[in-house]
Design a protein around this ligand. Structure first.
Ligand code: FE2
Length: 267
C-alpha cells in the first residue's frame, strides 16, 4: 500500500538490524579485565534500558509506530560513544575526556549504523543524540527535533537514576570511580547546588566538587523532565527516595528533601 504520510518509514526489520549492530559493536569491547568489563556491562545494560524507556514513553504519549521505532533507535544508540570513551580515557567524565554525545554521533557515522533510515530520519536521530547531554537544548530546534530530544533526555535520566541508586546502595562493597565521575566521596557539598534545587533550577555540571554534589545534580533533574509521564515513572520506581536517603541529614538538606518530595507529590 502506498504510504502518503510517512508513518511507516522505519520497518521493524530495520530497527532489529540496528539493535543487532549495537550488540555486535559492543561485543568488541569485551575484556578479561574485571573492572573494565563491569563498566562496559553497565553501559550496555543502560543503553538497552534507555531504549525500553523511550519505547515506554513513546507508547504513553501515543506516538505513531514509526516514531516509537525512531525513539528506540535513539535510545539504543544514544551512548554508543561511551564504549570508546572508556577504552580510550578510562573515564566517563566528559570534562576529563571528550563529549560522549558527539562521540556517539561520530561512531554512528563512521560505522554507518543508520544506513537503513532515510536522510531526514538519520539527521533527526543524530540531532537528538547530540543534544541528549546538554544542560539545555538549543532554542532553534524544530518541533519534531524537540520531541525526540525531550524523549531521550527523560528516558536517559530515568535509567541513570536506576544505575546510580543501585550503585549508591552497594558502593561500600564495590566502589567504582567511573560511576561517580571520579569525584571523591567526601563530607559536605556545595551550597550553590543546594540553592539551585531550592529555586527549582537544575544543578550545573561545572559545580561538582564531590559525590554529594553529583547526587544533588541527580536530584535536580526532577526539574528537567519534559513529560508528566516521566515524573510518573520516577515516582512509581521510587528512585528519588533512595537517592535522597543517601544524602547527609543536616537542616538545610532536610528542607531540600521536603521541597523535593512536595514537588513530586504535587506533580
Ligand atoms: Fe549519555
Amino acid at each position: 500500500m502506498l504510504n502518503l504520510n510517512n508513518l511507516d518509514m522505519i520497518s521493524d526489520k530495520a530497527l532489529q538490524k540496528i539493535k543487532q549492530d549495537f550488540e555486535a559493536y559492543v561485543a568488541d569491547f569485551s575484556s578479561p579485565e574485571k573492572a573494565f568489563q563491569q563498566n562496559i556491562e553497565v553501559k550496555k545494560k543502560h543503553s538497552r534500558e534507555v531504549m525500553k524507556n523511550t519505547e515506554h514513553l513513546a507508547r504513553a504519549l501515543h506516538l505513531p509506530e514509526n516514531d516509537a521505532r525512531l525513539a528506540c533507535v535513539i535510545g539504543i544508540l544514544h551512548d554508543i560513544g561511551r564504549f570508546e570513551q572508556f577504552r580510550k580515557y578510562h573515564t566517563f567524565s566528559d570534562k576529563k575526556s571528550e563529549n560522549h554525545a558527539l562521540l556517539s554521533v561520530k561512531v554512528i557515522e563512521r560505522d554507518q549504523l543508520l544506513n537503513n533510515l532515510d536522510a531526514n530520519e538519520q539527521e533527526l536521530v543524530k540531532k537528538a543524540i547530540a543534544c541528549h547531554n546538554m544542560k539545555e537544548i538549543p532554542k532553534d530546534l524544530t518541533e519534531r527535533e524537540r520531541l525526540f530530544c525531550n524523549l531521550i533526555r527523560d528516558a536517559d535520566k530515568l535509567d541513570i537514576w536506576r544505575v546510580v541508586t543501585d550503585y549508591y546502595c552497594q558502593m561500600e562493597k564495590e566502589p567504582n570511580n567511573a560511576l561517580q565521575l571520579d569525584l571523591p566521596d567526601t563530607k559536605g557539598y556545595s551550597k550553590v547546588n543546594l540553592q539551585d534545587i531550592m529555586q527549582e533550577r537544575i544543578v550545573d555540571l561545572q559545580n561538582l566538587q564531590n559525590l554529594n554534589d553529583f547526587k544533588l545534580l541527580q536530584v535536580g533533574w526532577i526539574y528537567d523532565l519534559n513529560f508528566k509521564e516521566s515524573l510518573g515513572i520516577l515516582k512509581e520506581r521510587g528512585y528519588m527516595k533512595i537517592l535522597l536517603d543517601t544524602l547527609p541529614e543536616d537542616e538545610e538538606l532536610m528542607k531540600m528533601k521536603t521541597k523535593v518530595n512536595q514537588y513530586l507529590n504535587q506533580s
